[in-house]
Design a protein around this ligand. Structure first.
Ligand SMILES: *Cc1c(COP(=O)(O)O)cnc(C)c1O
Length: 550
């Protein structure tokens, strides 16, 4: 039995908002003759990709709304896309809080923008602070919320900014049930880093639950501005009346859809793994800092730190141009974001934590999108995992994964290609992208072995030699007895290594003999991989050339 009326209680919205007719923002160009919006008939002067810029975008671009609904696992009518989660928070308050009458509840210390928006809107603020150990005092939150008059929204930020902790009990559900006329707003800006499921699926059960999500943190799009509010469609429709017209510019929509292309998701996942490993490294290493009394455990992409010996630390941070968030005057802490491995190492130096001079991992990333293929690839020459290829061609995936395994590298690759035409574009473009990523990872090739030779045996023989010379060259000797292995055309095998050689800037010589096409192709992939292993391997700092450059 639910304690809710079957419909969202519209009367809890501001009367003015519930009553007025929404401004009609009629964007979205169709095939029709658009003489309805005083737009320019001219596309902007020839700037690549500017087609359509003379037309207003739709209020909620459908493709973007659908992609974000899919990303967050909710129906599209539960999503309002805005300029960041910030806009969702602002619009929520503007929709529901009557100036001078209504209140919101927060648990400080928490994200400051709830309070800012409440102040702008003229809403009162009820604070039930976190306990001294920064956990939520659930009983006090419930009791205070139940007793409060005109409480329109409770803001719960989990993982909480700036403390990094998460709500461990069923406080969210308890509040949803106990306060059917109050919005329970869960800010999940850092959910991706928490390893916990989102609360969003519970909206089906609790119509007063609102979730905020952002693309600024885990998806690296802070400069693009994109985020969503997720709620019951009745709440979303009210909020859409308040959201300013055309908030999502066309280039913004394009940028977000590109960054969240299905092929790019494997790269996001690989980065997140690395990010979380860095959080762990920072958490452990910072404990040794002479400037630090405590590092708070975190489920987000930052750490909250109790500092001692402030002035000396601040001077060290300044000297290295390391910016941190300074909360010393309010909570007595500082907050530091988890950066790239190289950035973190510089920060650790500022904190006086002696670092063994571990060389940085050699990573290459490539996202390549054409009309024919959409590819994302990430390689790490200094890690053996993860290895995952998803090109839509089973045999090729198997070969690429064998290639990664035998060359001792991590490879995450995904491709959405025009396989309905044939396998050619997918196979070639993946090889080109892989070569480009490997080249980027090799950088100036300092320390790399450069050369490799291999002769694996079987009933099949492949003789392979490689030289990361910087000069593309590929020779291939071998005749395949059949024209396919699975759906992989045998003729594409030399083509893969030609493409790899071109983009990686390497000489690759292959000579293969055998009686079975599958085994021969496999021997070639493994052979090249084996040959590359010593060529990739770090042997010191030297550049393996008498010229000093390769
Ligand atoms: C960063 C942050 C936001 C804002 O996200 P945008 O999408 O960039 O507006 C919202 N909530 C919390 C808790 C944040 O830390």
């Amino acid at each position: 039995m639910t304690e809710f009326s079957p419909k969202f209680p519209m009367s809890i919205a501001r009367k003015a908002i519930a009553d007025f007719t929404a401004y009609s923002a009629r964007g979205g160009a169709t095939g029709a003759l658009h003489l309805d919006a005083n737009e320019s008939p001219y596309a902007p002067p020839p700037v690549k990709g500017a087609a359509g810029y003379n037309r207003y975008p739709e209020q909620q671009p459908p493709a973007l709304r659908a992609r974000l609904a899919d990303l967050y696992g909710v129906p599209a009518d539960q999503v309002m896309v805005g300029r960041g989660a910030d806009e969702g928070i602002e619009v929520l308050l503007r929709t529901f809080c009557e100036d001078g009458i209504d209140n919101i509840l927060i648990c400080s210390p928490t994200f400051g923008y709830y309070k800012t928006c409440a102040q702008i809107q003229g809403a009162g603020i009820i604070d039930v602070p976190l306990r001294a150990d920064y956990t939520w005092d659930s009983a006090a939150v419930l009791e205070t919320a139940k007793a409060a008059k005109n409480l329109k929204a409770v803001f719960l930020c989990t993982p909480n900014n700036p403390t990094g902790g998460i709500i461990e009990d069923d406080l969210v559900e308890q509040l949803c049930k106990a306060l059917p006329d109050t919005l329970i707003c869960v800010d999940e800006a850092y959910q991706e880093f928490s390893g916990r499921p989102s609360y969003a699926p519970k909206i089906a059960q609790y119509r007063n639950l609102v979730i905020m999500r952002t693309l600024s943190k885990a998806y690296a799009l802070a400069g693009v501005r994109g985020g969503v509010a997720i709620a019951d469609p009745a709440v979303i429709n009210l909020m859409l009346k308040v959201l300013p017209p055309y908030p999502i510019a066309r280039p913004v929509e394009e940028a977000i859809l590109n960054a969240l292309a299905p092929a790019a998701m494997a790269t996001h996942a690989a980065r997140l793994d690395e990010w979380l490993a860095e959080r762990e490294r920072m958490f452990i290493q910072l404990q040794n800092s002479p400037y630090i009394a405590k590092v708070w455990p975190s489920k987000a992409n930052f750490l909250l730190i109790d500092v001692i010996n402030d002035d000396a630390l601040m001077a060290e941070l300044n000297r290295r141009q390391v910016k941190i968030r300074d909360y010393r005057s309010t909570t007595g802490h500082i907050r530091i974001s988890i950066g790239s491995p190289a950035e973190n190492t510089i920060a650790l130096e500022a904190f006086g934590v002696a670092q063994p001079a571990a060389p940085q991992d050699r990573i290459g990333e490539m996202h390549r999108k054409t009309k024919e293929t959409d590819i994302s690839v990430r390689v790490n020459l200094d890690k053996a995992a993860p290895i995952k290829a998803d090109t839509g061609i089973g045999f090729y995936d198997h070969m690429l994964e064998a290639f990664a395994k035998h060359s001792g590298i991590s490879l995450v690759m995904a491709c959405k290609g025009d396989l309905e035409i044939d396998a050619h574009h997918t196979i070639e473009d993946c090889a080109l992208a892989l070569g480009t990523a490997l080249k980027e990872a090799l950088g100036d090739k300092a320390g790399a072995g450069r050369f490799g030779f291999v002769m694996p045996m079987d009933e099949t023989q492949a003789r392979v030699a490689v030289d990361l010379s910087g000069r593309p060259a590929m020779t291939f000797k071998g005749v395949f007895p059949t024209d396919h292995a699975g759906t992989f055309p045998a003729e594409m095998c030399p083509h893969v290594f030609e493409s790899l050689s071109q983009t990686m800037g390497a000489a690759i010589q292959i000579d293969v003999e055998g009686e079975n096409t599958h085994h021969m192709i496999e021997a070639v992939f493994k052979g090249v991989a084996r040959a590359l292993k010593p060529a990739f391997a770090r042997e010191g700092d030297d550049i393996a050339s008498t010229k000093g450059v390769i």
